[in-house]
Design a binder for this molecule. Structure first.
Ligand SMILES: [Zn+2]
Length: 352
């Protein structure tokens, strides 16, 4: 069947629907989009809808809930209509979550644009809540406007705003989103494009991100809710933020070697997360920033350290093993007085 589609030149033509974007691809495109322009995004869970993650927009962490589907033809008399179908089971979870500066929920449809990365459409969460299945519609002509305008605002049948945008603009959209699917942007004295207003209002710079202090990180931890349902979520966020603390403390380099590739570094608890109380869990004195190799040795209690930083090796490792694990390369650890109680706890668990 033919419906109105966006052609490779951006024009509207009658054609078959473009290939579906799989759920896996949808999550990858969202991840890419939210890691542009110095936005940083980390998944908390991407197994079921709403997907969850943390977007840092340069000033704060946003706890983000994401509903996202591939857009298909609406099978109506209007050949230009596209839609996503919100499943009943998902809807019952509660799509109408609160939207604040630090917690947001978005509903996205993705259109497989033949001109490059997919185009995104964002609907209002309040208007589209409700019971049972629900479709969110958009006109293909409005989706195509994202190609020319970057970001474009239209409305649905209930007069609720719909935004269509390129992948480039998704971070800005989330950062600026307030309730009723409107964006926190000022109305300028002289008319200007929506794109320039959005860009001016958001786009974190590296300079802004650099002032994200340990105090800010800790305050975002404290602002997390503590209901039982969110404990797992809190643990993952907490561990992510704990790593951030240690990245600062150790200048993004393994405490025991020269590895400074951020993705290879782990925020390792000296006293484990499970054994620590709430304060200890997020105390940077209870952590070492370690590369994967050194984290594994430390985490499995095959190595530990004396109060003066001298390496202690588990007697379960024979000389040949120790040699192959390059244990003689490990330097004396810098130990501050605040680290000593944690190290004593770790030492007591050294394998023997
Ligand atoms: Zn290392």
């Amino acid at each position: 069947m033919s419906y109105n589609q966006i052609s490779s030149t951006g024009a509207i033509i009658s054609a078959t629907n473009p290939p579906n974007i799989s759920s896996k691809e949808i999550r990858e495109y969202i991840y890419q989009a939210l890691n542009l322009h110095d936005y940083t995004f980390t998944w908390i869970q991407k197994h079921s809808q709403p997907y969850q993650g943390i977007l840092n927009d340069g000033e704060k962490d946003i706890n983000l809930y994401i509903y996202a589907w591939n857009m298909s033809p609406a099978y109506r008399t209007n050949p230009s209509e596209k839609r996503i179908q919100i499943q009943a089971a998902v809807n019952n979870v509660g799509i109408d979550r609160p939207i604040s500066d630090t917690e947001k929920t978005i509903i996205l449809g993705l259109y497989n644009s033949p001109t490059g990365a997919p185009l995104f459409v964002a609907w209002d969460t309040t208007v589209n809540r409700g019971h049972g299945q629900k479709s969110c519609y958009v006109q293909i002509e409005d989706v195509a406007r994202a190609l020319t305008d970057g970001i474009y605002k239209t409305t649905d049948r209930n007069n609720a705003p719909i935004y269509t945008m390129t992948q480039e603009l998704l971070g800005d959209y989330v950062s600026l989103l307030k309730s009723s699917n409107t964006l926190r942007i000022a109305t300028p004295a002289t008319p200007t494009t929506l794109l320039s207003r959005v860009k001016n209002a958001s786009r974190p710079s590296r300079k802004k991100r650099a002032i994200r202090t340990i105090a800010q990180i800790q305050s975002s931890i404290n602002s997390l809710t503590t209901t039982e349902k969110e404990v797992v979520c809190k643990q993952r966020i907490g561990q992510g933020l704990f790593k951030d603390l240690l990245i600062e403390k150790y200048s993004c380099k393994c405490a025991l070697c020269d590895i400074d590739t951020k993705r290879m570094l782990i925020g390792s608890h000296i006293k484990t997360w499970a054994d620590s109380n709430d304060t200890e869990k997020l105390d940077e004195n209870n952590g070492l920033l370690l590369c994967a190799h050194h984290d594994a040795l430390f985490d499995k209690y095959l190595i530990s350290f004396d109060d003066d930083g001298t390496l202690l090796v588990s007697p379960t490792l024979n000389a040949a093993e120790q040699n192959k694990l390059h244990l003689s390369d490990i330097p004396v650890l810098t130990v501050t007085p605040e680290m000593k109680p944690y190290l004593a706890h770790h030492r007591s668990k050294l394998r023997n």
